[in-house]
Design a protein around this ligand. Structure first.
Ligand code: ZN
Length: 324
């Protein structure tokens, strides 16, 4: 992490500013290893391989973090090709801009928070366009993500444009408000989505935007086959909290075969490995909530934002809100 980002971080427990301890390994302005201390509550947080660790996870979240770690390690090793959730890099950036209704030129100098950043491919692109980007996630492959970015686009780290931080949505706090808070595909998979959304809302600055994509209780809601399958496998005890990520990955690889065959019949352009990715992504979840969109909207309005749009898809929705 670039040292300039220290002033952005806060203690996830007591919300105080953090200070860097003296025994720190630095390369220029980049902190590779060190400890952040909270002078108020006395807790300390490690910086390992350039990543500050500020998450406060329960046992279930630790399990999910490890499972996602496996998925993103495979992705970074190119097992799934260049698509991520069905999109190549340029499409991911275009989707981001279109969802917010902004042009690329507008990104320069903006502060963007990406909650659930995954492999941070989008974040690196936004940083290259001149934005200051903070990407948060809890998965165990974050150090790999860090080195992947340092190798592929060192400039964004060197210039202090991108911070990757291990921080969970239930303890999200920064000494900064953001022009854009982006949360795609995360809220449906967390312990308490309605509480978590308040943390997102608080981090939007005046005039700033909050974008959410999640599964919702929509009028068109079709019961997702993947979600049904996940429940079935749990009922049959083929998956439980103690099932290792590798075993779930094997299960996803087996189940993807009939899916792939159906796709050949339908002539859809989704590859076998991409199907494994999508299946695994659902099978690993310990929490799956189809959000009550009205309830979520009420929380957002109550906390001072205006809803610009809600677009309902089959089982999911996207929402854009603005802070006035
Ligand atoms: Zn503290």
């Amino acid at each position: 992490m670039h040292e300039a980002f220290i002033e952005v971080l806060k203690c996830p427990i007591c919300n105080s500013h953090l200070t860097l301890s003296s025994s720190t390994k630095k390369i220029g302005t980049i902190i590779v290893r060190g400890t952040l201390k909270c002078p108020t509550c006395g807790r300390s947080y490690n910086i390992i391989s350039g990543i500050p660790y500020l998450s406060v996870l329960d046992q279930t979240e630790e399990i999910i973090a490890e499972r996602y770690g496996l998925l993103f390690t495979y992705w970074l090793n190119n097992y799934f090709g260049n698509k991520l959730y069905g999109l190549i890099a340029e499409e991911e950036l275009t989707e981001f801009l279109n969802s917010l209704g902004i042009k690329e030129e507008y990104l320069n100098g903006l502060w963007i928070l990406d909650v659930g950043c995954g492999v941070a491919r989008l974040d690196a692109m936004l940083a290259l366009k001149g934005a200051y980007v903070v990407g948060t996630d809890i998965h165990t492959a974050l150090p790999l993500v860090y080195y992947y970015i340092v190798r592929s686009v060192p400039k964004v780290m060197r210039e202090g444009k991108l911070l990757i931080v291990n921080q969970d949505i239930h303890h999200l706090t920064f000494n900064k408000e953001f022009d854009i808070v982006w949360c795609e595909g995360v809220l449906s998979y967390v312990r308490d989505p309605y509480k978590a959304v308040i943390n997102l809302v608080k981090l939007v600055k005046d005039g700033g935007m909050l974008y959410i994509w999640a599964y919702g209780r929509t009028p068109y809601q079709v019961s997702s086959t993947k979600v049904k399958l996940s429940k079935l496998l749990r009922r049959g005890r083929l998956i439980s909290k103690s099932t290792s990520p590798t075993r779930i990955f094997k299960l996803a690889s087996i189940i993807a075969v009939p899916y792939a065959l159906t796709n050949i019949v339908r002539l859809e352009k989704v590859g076998y490995r991409e199907l494994i990715f999508h299946l695994y992504d659902i099978l690993i979840q310990e929490y799956i909530t189809f959000l009550d969109i009205s309830k979520l909207t009420r929380i957002i309005l109550r906390n001072g934002l205006e809803v610009r749009y809600i677009k309902v898809h089959d089982s999911s929705f996207s929402l854009l809100a603005i802070k006035r």
